[in-house]
Structure formats: C-alpha cells, structure tokens
Design a protein around this ligand. Structure first.
Ligand code: UT7
Length: 316
C-alpha cells in the first residue's frame, strides 16, 4: 500500500471575457471603489458559451499534459462544483469522455466553495486505500449561470473558472505530498448561502458568512498545519478560498504569516470562483514559478454549507 499521494501537476482555464467593476456599475447601483474596498475584486471572467464541463475539460487537459501521464493512466476523476446545470451524466463522466479516459471512477462532489479540498482529500483517501493510482481532481464553476445580475450584493462577487490537479500515488519509500485533511461544516448556518430551487440564484447573508469566516476559520487553518507537522512559519505559500481580501488578511494575521510567505489573492483578477478558486490560484502560482517544487503550501477552502476543508500540500 502506498504511503499517500501527491499533486504531480496543475492546470487552469478562465473564459476570455473580462467584466470590470466599471462594467457592472453601468447596470447596477455599485462602484469600483466599493467593490475594491469591501471585497478586493477589480475584475472577473464570465463565460459565454463554455459550460462547467467545457471549462473542467480544458483545465484537466492542461494538468494532464503537464503531468507527463496520459488518459490511459487516469483511473479516478472527481469534479467539485455547485453550478453544473446538468445532473446526469455528471461532469466527471463528461470530462472523461472528452479526454478519452476509458473506465475511471467518475463522480462529482458538491460542498460549494470548499469543494476542491474535499475532492483532493477523497482522491487521496482512495489512493491510500489502494482503489486508485492516478486521479484528476477538478474544481469548476460557471457561477454566471446562477447569479442574479440585478442583485448588487451578489453580482459583483462571482466569476467563472476551472482548476485541475493530477494526483498520483507516491512511489514506495517516498513521503506523501498531501497532508491530512481537516474538513467540517457549520450546518446550523447553512442557509446563509443558498443556491436552491429550480432555476436558482445565489442568495447570501454576507455579514453572517463574513463573521463566521473571520472568527471560526483561523483556528481550523492552524490545526491543518499541526496535523501536517508543519509550523505556519515554515509555509512557502497560503492559498485560501478567494472570497474577500479582508477575510484572507484576517486569517493571515492569526496564522502569524510573515512577509516572505506568498498569499494568493487571485480574486483581484478573477472574483470568487467557488470550488475553482483554490486550484485556479495554486495553478497560477505554479505557472509563474513563485513557489519552489517540494515547498509546503497551505490550502484552505470555505463557503456554502457552511463547509470548510484544508490540507498542507507539497508544491509539484
Ligand atoms: O464564497 C463563499 C463564502 N462567502 C464569503 O466568504 C463572503 C463573506 N461576506 C463578505 O465578503 C461580505 O459580507 C460582502 C462582500 C458580501 C459584503 O460586504 P459587507 O462589508 O459585509 O457589506 P454589507 O452587506 O454590510 O453592506 C454594507 C452596505 C449596505 O448599505 P447600507 O445598508 O449600509 O446603506 C449595502 O446595501 O453596502 C451596500 N452594498 C453595496 N454598495 C455598493 C452592498 N453591496 C453593494 C455593492 N455596491 N455591490
């Protein structure tokens, strides 16, 4: 049995259409200064014809090409998403068919914005149990389909994107590259963020989620590091869910991260892309070669449900 798994390569995809804060201000009672100050977003990408499955496929294709593996090697495909319109076949099956992956365990998983952490843990656990050797783990969202474009309290927040990781069993004698997951939820507050009913829109009690995020989450992020045996001072990078720079800054402060630690703030250019936000931001850090291979990176997702999941991973 393997000692665990590691991320071998990442890839990401964003639609080409950029929507700036000023673009939104032309149809909504909002402005660039409010969005930048209260949230931290300058612009986001919005899909035109691309579906969740299209974006997931493009991101996975890039991760697979960067991994040196082929479709024939992949035996597990998991897609974290809360915005796929079609229920069956699931997105994982559609991605597998498009990439020529013949007989994978193919499943979708919905824990909203913490989805990538849950999917990464599930894939890692399957590999540890001997049920899989090479997995594609994808976070993909087309939130523009479920945003009420006349509601300024949500329309300014979200974007569309996908990020993907190839996760493989570590060879015998080598250390695992994905640390123990800390996952959980606060279901008593679940109604604070909803995408419910037929043809739904995102509804959010922003303040409720904000208060939870800024009070409850930092101790969990610290516990993730403890479980991995990594002191926060040893981290090379922190990649949290990209919802609000004020939430990110608060967690960074309570983790005591110094100026040398890279903190992902991809929301400035991408908005909040829910389950895609963590793999998107991590993939960009890797593409820009900002984090050395093997360095410890804290991933921490949180959001709808209200759910959270985090792990320390070694950068591919
Ligand atoms: O990804 C899932 C997890 N989600 C989160 O982590 C989000 C957590 N929540 C937040 O990040 C923040 O609560 C928001 C960014 C959603 C909202 O920021 P806020 O500082 O909590 O604003 P608020 O809801 O308290 O609203 C303050 C004011 C209100 O006006 P009044 O009542 O003070 O006159 C709002 O009506 O800002 C107004 N407002 C806006 N003004 C301009 C709300 N949205 C906008 C807007 N533009 N887009």
């Amino acid at each position: 049995m393997t000692a665990g798994s590691r991320i071998v390569a990442m890839g990401h995809y964003q639609p080409s259409r950029v929507v700036t804060n000023d673009d939104l201000a032309s149809t909504l009672d909002t402005n660039d200064a409010w969005i930048r100050d209260r949230v931290g977003i300058a612009e986001r990408r919005v899909a035109d014809t691309e579906s969740v499955a299209d974006m997931a496929t493009y991101a996975a294709e890039k991760a697979l090409a960067a991994s040196g593996l082929t479709a024939a090697d992949i035996d597990q495909v998991v897609v974290a998403t809360c915005s796929a319109i079609d229920r069956c076949p699931n997105v994982a099956a559609r991605v597998s068919a498009r990439l020529g992956i013949v007989a994978p365990a193919a499943y979708d998983l919905n824990t909203a914005c913490s989805g990538f952490g849950y999917a990464l843990a599930t894939a890692d656990h399957a590999i540890r149990a001997g049920a899989s050797r090479h997995a594609l783990v994808i976070g993909a969202e087309k939130l523009s389909d479920v945003v009420d474009w006349s509601d300024r309290t949500t329309a300014v927040l979200f974007g569309d994107a996908a990020g993907a990781a190839v996760v493989s069993a570590v060879p015998d004698g080598e250390e695992a590259g994905i640390g123990p997951v800390l996952w959980g939820s606060a279901p008593d507050k679940g109604d604070a963020l909803k995408i419910e009913g037929w043809q739904p829109y995102i509804k959010q009690e922003g303040q409720t989620v904000f208060r939870w995020a800024t009070t409850a989450l930092a101790p969990f992020a610290i516990e993730v590091c403890k479980r991995a045996g990594v002191d926060p001072s040893e981290l090379a990078a922190f990649v949290p869910h990209q919802a609000n720079t004020r939430i990110i800054d608060g967690i960074v402060k309570r983790l005591g991260l110094g100026p040398d630690v890279i903190v992902a703030k991809d929301l400035v250019e991408s908005g909040n892309t829910s389950a895609a936000s963590v793999p998107l931001a991590l993939s960009k850090l890797i593409e820009r070669r900002e984090v050395p291979s093997g360095a410890p990176v804290l991933l921490f997702g949180f959001g709808g449900g209200l759910t959270y999941a985090g792990q320390v991973v070694r950068c591919p």
